[in-house]
Design a protein. Structure first.
Length: 119
């Protein structure tokens, strides 16, 4: 069964850090670009970051550039999103997704993990 499972979300104070994980089962992550998306209440889902399968090149939305870092560990079939200097506006459900290339149609979605940044 093909599955993406996110973990690592939670409640953190402004300025804090979290590391999200996206673990794949049923397929090999290194054949796909992996994107992180988020959706806040009342807002559309937005792309946050992506890492390619070919050369590991990365993309970041302007709102997270310099604060978030995406990485992949193909041996563990897992992609990570390190989030530092978190702000209340980062509060959202975060989803990982498998795509043939960054910005392509999504082939597989995870179920999402909640990130809440609040004092």
């Amino acid at each position: 069964q093909v599955q993406l499972v996110e973990s690592g979300g939670g409640l953190v104070q402004p300025g804090g850090s979290l590391r999200l994980s996206c673990a794949a089962s049923g397929f090999t992550l290194d054949n796909f670009a992996i994107g992180w998306f988020r959706q806040a209440p009342g807002k559309e889902r937005e792309a946050v970051s992506c890492i390619s399968s070919s050369d590991g090149s990365t993309y970041y939305a302007d709102s997270v550039k310099g604060r978030f870092t995406i990485s992949r560990d193909n041996a563990k079939n897992t992609v990570y999103l390190q989030m530092n200097s978190l702000k209340p506006e980062d509060t959202a459900v975060y989803y990982c997704a498998a795509q043939m290339r960054c910005f392509d149609r999504v082939d597989y979605w995870g179920q999402g993990t909640q990130v809440t940044v609040s004092s």
